[in-house]
Unconditional design. Structure first.
Length: 135
């Protein structure tokens, strides 16, 4: 229903995530399978976005985004393809929120993406520095 979606949307804005804890745990434990769900959700969300069904696109694009972020974390931040995927999904979400005239949501996804990518860079730098010190 519309009421459920709007309350879910406000929860998403507060938490800035789209997956529930149960599904997040599943992704951490099944990263290979999660890739397929990410691709499926991205495809469905992109299709809905291009058809102008913006509200319907958000859960799919958001879940694909969260999966990409978790997989990037699981992979230690070293996967360039996942870094690109996080950025492209953030761009699709940003575009969707733009069409819905939701600037706070646009800013929230951009801020979250920036934080994720900054954390990834910090982790990589730390790993590099640790390797340098121990050689």
């Amino acid at each position: 229903s519309t009421l459920d979606r709007s309350s879910a949307a406000s929860d998403v804005y507060k938490r800035q995530t789209y997956l529930c804890a149960k599904h997040e745990d599943w992704i951490y434990n099944n990263p290979e399978q999660a890739l397929h769900f990410m691709a499926r959700d991205e495809m469905q969300g992109t299709l809905l976005l291009h058809c102008g069904q913006y509200t319907e696109a958000i859960p799919y694009l958001g879940c694909a985004f969260d999966i990409a972020v978790i997989l990037l974390e699981v992979d230690g931040g070293e996967n360039d393809a996942l870094i690109h995927k996080v950025k492209s999904l953030a761009g699709l979400l940003e575009e969707t929120y733009y069409h819905l005239n939701l600037p706070n949501y646009r800013n929230a996804i951009l801020d979250r993406t920036h934080s994720v990518l900054q954390a990834t860079e910090s982790a990589l730098l730390s790993a590099f520095l640790l390797k340098s010190v121990h050689q």
